[in-house]
Design a binder for this molecule. Structure first.
Ligand code: SF4
Length: 334
């Protein structure tokens, strides 16, 4: 290795990661005088360098929760703490610093990459301030390193390309390289493989696992696919009607679910070898989720729950521990 090469910054294995804590987060939207209650008191924790899979049906509020964590929305109530600092209403420099440490990978990699920017420019814009002053050659070496690590080789072929010249899988790898070059502590990955060919999905999920293992990058992996949630997540959080109704170690949630909603999800896919109903949107339930405009008194699952009691219609259940690291919001466990 030449002396010059020794001075080039590379992305060395290191422990990143910082904890994220959401408490009682509410988000409402008002349109045409109509109020939509999209988040209804969501509590969630993602530990340093942890992968948490957030599962739920379409419309359960998963993406709004991610955008609220990203502070694209400000919570109407509740708090958002990151690495011990309250970022619920952070602005200006504090917000910019927070967004360097928490980044997002979107469902549609084409929409999340600026089509007028080359891969080099996309990566350049992701760099934290302390790396912005690198000379061009040092910066390109850093980018080559990031592209190699996400499997885009030879990297020089990709640096000057534009998003429309790449396949969907390559674009999602650029999005992950961007998150790697920016050295975030936490990545919010919102359905990152759902628009990719099935043949490419496992590669991207394995890449996330490898980046977590090597660099300590934490992930909030948002999906409606229970099988991939179990595959990727150390923990699973189950979202229903704008709230996290159950969370815990991934295997425990799948094998010993306590909340009636989670149990119905699992029953719909009892055999891990049997494909078919592991997609939450195709799971069979009676009734519909509550309308977003409804003010709900009591448990949000009361309209579909086979165990509903009087108390469920009057009181919102508290989150309670029911096992080793397992938490559930249900009056059955009061
Ligand atoms: Fe069902 Fe009541 Fe538990 Fe809600 S609180 S999930 S309605 S038993």
């Amino acid at each position: 290795m030449s002396a010059m090469r020794q001075n080039v910054p590379t992305i060395e294995p290191q422990r990143l990661g910082a904890p994220l804590v959401l408490q009682n987060v509410h988000k409402r939207f008002v349109q045409g005088g109509r109020v939509s209650h999209v988040l209804r008191g969501a509590d969630l924790q993602v530990g340093a360098s942890e992968i948490v899979a957030l599962v739920g049906e379409s419309g359960s509020g998963k993406s709004t929760l991610a955008r609220t964590i990203m502070r694209l929305y400000t919570p109407d109530e509740g708090s958002l703490m990151f690495d011990g600092r309250d970022v619920t209403t952070a602005r200006g420099r504090d917000l910019r610093e927070y967004r360097q440490r928490v980044q997002m990978v979107f469902q549609d990699p084409f929409a999340s990459l600026n089509p007028t920017h080359s891969v080099r420019t996309i990566l350049k814009r992701s760099l934290p301030p302390r790396l912005q002053s690198l000379r061009d050659k040092e910066r390109d070496d850093l980018f080559r390193d990031a592209l190699e690590k996400v499997g885009l080789t030879p990297p020089d072929n990709f640096l000057q390309q534009f998003p429309h010249e790449l396949s969907g899988g390559q674009r999602q790898r650029v999005a992950l390289a961007r998150s790697l070059a920016g050295r975030p502590d936490l990545v919010l990955a919102d359905e990152p493989v759902s628009m990719l060919d099935v043949s490419l999905r496992l590669g991207v999920l394995n890449l996330m696992l490898s980046l977590n293992e090597q660099y300590g990058i934490g992930y909030l992996y948002i999906t409606h696919d229970l099988a991939s949630a179990r595959y990727v997540g150390a923990r699973i959080a189950v979202m229903y009607a704008g709230d996290i109704v159950e969370e815990g170690p991934a295997d425990t949630i799948v094998e010993e679910a306590k909340h009636p909603y989670t149990q119905l999800l699992i029953q719909a896919a009892p055999d891990p070898d049997r494909r078919g109903v592991d997609d939450l949107d195709s799971a069979v339930f009676t009734g519909e989720p509550p309308n977003l405009s409804m003010e709900i008194q009591g448990c949000p699952f009361q309209f579909r729950c086979p165990h509903v009691m009087d108390k469920c219609r009057k009181e919102v259940p508290m989150k309670r521990p029911v096992g080793d690291g397992q938490l559930v919001k249900c009056h059955l466990y009061a």
